[in-house]
Ligand binder design. Structure first.
Ligand SMILES: CCCCCCCCCCCCCCCC(=O)SCCNC(=O)CCNC(=O)[C@H](O)C(C)(C)COP(=O)(O)OP(=O)(O)OC[C@H]1O[C@@H](n2cnc3c(N)ncnc32)[C@H](O)[C@@H]1OP(=O)(O)O
Ligand SMILES: Cc1cc2nc3c(=O)[nH]c(=O)nc-3n(C[C@H](O)[C@H](O)[C@H](O)COP(=O)(O)OP(=O)(O)OC[C@H]3O[C@@H](n4cnc5c(N)ncnc54)[C@H](O)[C@@H]3O)c2cc1C
Length: 667
C-alpha cells in the first residue's frame, strides 16, 4: 500500500516561519492524529484523494466565492452539482465519494436537499417497487427532488400542516391542494429553481376522514423544459441571511392530480377502494427522515467547529500584535492567555464533537439498519430524544464557537476572506432547520421526564440514563483531573437538574394546573435540564472514548488533556448549576478554574498540530487567515487586487453623481 502523505495540502510553498516553528515544536505528529480521527490510513488516503481530485477541477474552485452575487452563486452551485453527477459516470464515484465531496464543499450544491433528504426519504418510506421506479431517475437527475414539509404558517407543529391530499376513488388519484396563504410550502431547499419533483407532506383525507400527515411524490416541473406543470406555482422565497444556502422556495398546488402509487407506502397505504392501511412501524415512522438528518447535522456542527478553530488557531500563531514582555518583539497573539482561552477550549470542544458525531451516527445506524430491519422499534424513543437534543446542543455550541473564533481574529475576522463569516452565516441555519433548537430541547425533556418518573418508581430507564439510578456521593472531586470523578460530577449535576424539572412539574400539577399548563410554566427549567443532560452525555462520551483508544502514547496524552479541559470548561461555563447541585463546592470550583488555565499552558505548544490534524484542504477552509502555509497578508493582498470593486480605478458612480454635482456647485 502506498504511504499516506502527511497532509491533504500538497502544493505548499514557503511556510510562514511562526507557523513552521509551531509545527516543529508539537509533541505529536498531526498525521498520526488524522488517522485516528478518520478511522485509519485507508480511509484517510481515500478522503484525501477524493478531495484533491475535487479541488483540482476549476469548477469547484472556491476562491472568488465571496465576491459572487446570489445569481452567480446559484450558477456555480448548479454547475458543481452537475459536475459531481458527471463524476459518478466518468470516475465511478459512489455515494461515499459524493458524501466526502459534499462535506468538502459545505453542502453548497443546488441539489443538496435532493441528496440529503429526497433520496434518503424514498429509501426509508417508499416500498421496494416505488424505490425501483424512482431511485434510478433520481440517481441520473432525471428527477431532482426536494423535501417540502414546512409551510408559511407552520414549521414546528406538524399536526397543523394544512396541505391536503384527498383520495379520489373514481380516478384512483390523490388531489393535492394548498389552502392559501398559510398552507403554501415555504423553505424547501432547491424548490425555488432546481427541482422537478418534491416529496410533499400533506394531510391524507379519505371519504372526508383525515389520516394525519403522509408523504407524496409530486411532479412540479416538466422534466424537459423545467416549466411549471398545470396547477403548480413555484418560486424562490427571496433574500436570506446567507447567499450560499441555495434556492429555498415556495409551492402552491391547485387541484393537482397525482397517481395513488405516489403516496410513499412502506408504512401506510391507501387501497384502490379507498381503505387506509397501516402496514408496520410506529405512528411516527413517517418522521424517520428528520431523525436521520438531525443525526447528520451533529456531524455538520463538528465540521463547522473544527474549521473555525483551524482558521483562528493558525491565524493566532501567525499574527503578531501588541507587547507582552516590555521592550521585546511583538508576540504571536496566541501567546496571550486570554487568546488561548478563546481558542483552546474550543479546540477541545471540536474534538469532543468529533466523538459525539461518531456516537450519534453509529447509534442511528444501529437502530435503523439493524433493529428496525428486524421489526424492533424499542430504541426509537431514545434515538429521537438524542438526535433532537444533540442536534440542538451541538449546533448551539458550534455557532457560539464560530463567532468567538471570528472575533478572535480582530478586524480581519469581519472580512469574508477570513472564511469565518460564511461559516457563521451558513451555519446559522442549522439552529433552525430540521427542528428549531428550543423545540428540540423540549422533545428531549419529554423523554427525560418520563425516564425520571420511571427511575423514581424503581422501573427501567433508557441505557443513556443509567446515571439516574446510580448512587454518586456528592463532593467527591478530590482530583480535578480524575476522569471517573469528573464523570460523577457531571452525572450529579444532570440528575439534579432533571429532579428540579420533575419537582417543579409535580408542584404545578399539585397546584391544579393541567399537564400542558405545567409544561409551559416550567419549560425554561426543562430546557435547562435537557442541556445539563446533553452536557453530561457529550463530556462523558468524550472521556470514555478517549480512555479506551489504543493509540500511540503521545496521542493519548494530548487527547486526555483535551477531554479533561473540555470537562473543566463545561463545568466553569455552567458553574452555578454544578454548585447548586452540590456536585462541587466553591473551593473545588477555584481548583477547576486554576486547572483549566494550567491545561491551556500545557496544550498551547500543540494547538497548531491539533488543528492541522483535522486535515482540511485550503479550499474547504477558503480562508486567507487559516491557510496551511500561513502566508496571510500576501493572500489578503492578492484577493483584494482581484476584488471586483477594484476592477476600475474610478468607479462610474463618481462620474454619475459626484462630478455633475461638483459642476453644478461651481456655478
Ligand atoms: C446527510 C448529511 C446531512 C448534513 C446536513 C447538511 C445540511 C446542508 C443542507 C441543508 C439542508 C437543510 C435541510 C432542512 C430540512 C428541514 O428543515 S425539513 C423540515 C424539518 N421540520 C421539523 O423538524 C419540524 C419540527 N417538528 C417536529 O419534528 C415535531 O412536530 C415535534 C416538534 C417533534 C412534535 O411532534 P408532535 O407530533 O406534535 O409530537 P408530540 O405530540 O410532541 O409527541 C408525540 C410523540 O411522538 C414522538 N416523536 C415526535 N417526533 C418523532 C420522531 N421524529 N421520531 C420518533 N418519535 C417522534 C414524541 O417523542 C412523542 O412520543 P411520546 O412521548 O408520546 O411517547
Ligand atoms: C435555511 C433553512 C432551510 C430549510 N430547509 C427546509 C426544507 O428543505 N424543507 C422544509 O420542509 N423546511 C425547511 N426549513 C424550515 C425549517 O424546518 C423550519 O423553519 C423549522 O422547523 C422551524 O419551524 P418554524 O419556522 O415554524 O418556527 P416556529 O415554530 O414558528 O418558531 C418560532 C419560535 O417559536 C418557538 N416555538 C414554537 N413552537 C414551540 C413550542 N412547542 N414550545 C416552545 N417554543 C416554541 C420557537 O422556539 C421559536 O423561538 C428550512 C429552514 C431554514 C432556515
Amino acid at each position: 500500500m502506498a504511504l499516506v502523505e502527511s497532509s491533504i495540502n500538497l502544493e505548499v510553498g514557503k511556510v510562514n516561519p511562526d507557523l513552521q516553528k509551531e509545527r516543529d515544536g508539537a509533541s505529536f505528529n498531526p498525521n498520526d492524529m488524522t488517522l485516528v480521527l478518520l478511522g485509519g490510513p485507508k480511509r484517510a488516503q481515500h478522503r484525501r484523494e477524493v478531495v484533491r481530485q475535487l479541488f483540482s477541477d476549476p469548477v469547484f474552485n472556491q476562491e472568488m466565492r465571496y465576491s459572487q452575487s446570489k445569481t452567480e452563486r446559484y450558477d456555480q452551485a448548479m454547475h458543481q452539482s452537475i459536475r459531481l453527477a458527471e463524476y459518478m459516470i466518468e470516475k465511478g464515484w459512489t455515494d461515499k465519494e459524493m458524501q466526502t465531496a459534499a462535506v468538502a464543499l459545505h453542502y453548497d450544491l443546488a441539489t443538496a436537499v435532493h441528496a440529503v433528504m429526497f433520496v434518503p426519504t424514498i429509501l426509508r418510506l417508499a416500498t421496494p417497487e416505488q424505490q425501483a421506479e424512482w431511485l434510478p431517475q433520481a440517481a441520473s437527475f432525471k428527477m431532482i427532488g426536494t423535501y417540502a414539509q414546512t409551510e408559511l404558517g407552520h414549521g414546528t407543529n406538524l399536526k397543523a400542516l394544512e396541505t391536503t391530499a384527498t383520495y379520489d376513488r373514481s380516478s384512483e388519484c390523490f388531489i393535492m391542494n394548498t389552502p392559501l396563504p398559510s398552507g403554501m410550502k415555504w423553505w424547501p431547499g432547491g424548490l425555488g429553481k432546481s427541482t422537478t419533483h418534491a416529496l410533499v407532506t400533506a394531510n391524507l383525507i379519505v371519504d372526508g376522514q383525515s389520516h394525519g400527515f403522509q408523504v407524496f411524490l409530486v411532479q412540479l416541473r416538466d422534466v424537459e423544459t423545467f416549466e411549471e406543470l398545470p396547477g403548480i406555482e413555484v418560486g424562490d422565497i427571496g433574500p436570506r441571511i446567507s447567499v450560499s444556502v441555495t434556492d429555498n422556495g415556495y409551492l402552491i398546488m391547485r387541484n393537482v392530480k397525482i397517481p395513488r402509487n405516489n403516496m410513499l407506502s412502506k408504512y401506510c397505504t391507501v387501497t384502490s377502494e379507498g381503505k387506509f392501511l397501516r402496514q408496520e412501524g410506529t405512528a411516527k415512522s413517517n418522521y424517520g427522515t428528520m431523525m436521520m438528518v438531525r443525526a447528520s447535522i451533529v456531524d455538520l456542527a463538528f465540521q463547522n467547529t473544527s474549521q473555525a478553530v483551524t482558521i483562528a488557531t493558525r491565524y493566532g500563531a501567525v499574527r503578531r500584535q501588541s507587547e507582552l514582555k516590555p521592550g521585546a518583539k511583538e508576540p504571536q497573539i496566541i501567546d496571550f492567555v486570554t487568546q488561548q482561552y478563546k481558542l483552546i477550549p474550543n479546540i477541545a470542544l471540536a474534538y469532543g464533537l468529533h466523538f459525539t458525531k461518531e456516537y450519534m451516527l453509529s447509534y442511528y445506524h444501529q437502530v435503523f439498519e439493524e433493529e428496525i430491519q428486524k421489526g424492533v422499534y424499542d430504541s426509537v424513543p431514545e434515538l429521537h430524544s438524542q438526535s433532537c437534543g444533540l442536534k440542538a446542543y451541538c449546533t448551539d455550541l458550534s455557532m457560539d464557537t464560530v463567532e468567538v473564533c471570528r472575533r478572535s481574529c480582530g478586524g480581519h475576522g469581519f472580512m469574508m476572506a477570513s472564511g469565518l463569516c460564511s461559516l457563521l452565516m451558513d451555519g446559522l441555519g442549522s439552529v433552525t432547520y430540521e427542528g428549531e433548537n428550543t423545540v428540540l430541547y423540549l422533545q428531549t425533556a419529554r423523554f427525560l421526564m418520563k425516564n425520571y418518573a420511571a427511575a423514581m418508581q424503581g422501573g427501567r430507564t433508557a441505557r443513556s440514563l443509567a446515571f439516574l439510578t446510580a448512587n454518586h456521593p456528592t463532593c467527591e472531586l478530590l482530583d480535578v483531573f480524575n476522569l471517573p470523578q469528573l464523570q460523577a460530577v457531571f452525572d450529579v449535576r444532570a440528575k439534579f437538574m432533571l429532579e428540579c424539572g420533575a419537582v417543579r412539574m409535580s408542584e404545578s400539577l399539585k397546584n391544579g394546573r393541567q399537564q400542558y399548563e405545567a409544561w409551559n410554566e416550567n419549560s425554561v427549567e426543562l430546557v435547562r435540564a435537557s442541556k445539563a443532560y446533553l452536557d453530561s452525555f457529550t463530556a462523558v462520551n468524550f472521556m470514555k472514548r478517549v480512555s479506551t483508544l489504543d493509540i500511540k502514547p503521545e496521542l493519548k496524552d494530548v487527547l486526555m488533556k483535551l477531554c479533561r479541559l473540555h470537562a473543566l470548561h463545561r463545568i466553569v461555563s455552567s458553574a452555578e448549576e454544578f454548585l447548586q447541585s452540590m456536585a462541587i463546592n466553591t473551593k473545588q470550583l477555584e481548583d477547576i478554574r486554576s486547572a483549566e488555565i494550567k491545561l491551556l499552558a500545557s496544550l498551547r505548544p500543540d494547538a497548531v498540530a491539533l488543528v492541522d490534524s483535522f486535515d482540511y484542504h485550503d479550499q474547504t477552509l477558503n480562508s486567507a487567515l487559516g491557510r496551511y502555509d500561513g502566508n496571510v497578508y500576501e493572500k489578503m493582498y492578492d484577493l483584494t487586487k482581484r476584488n471586483p470593486m477594484n476592477e476600475q480605478s474610478v468607479h462610474p458612480a463618481i462620474h454619475k453623481y459626484l462630478k455633475p454635482f461638483q459642476a453644478k456647485a461651481r456655478l
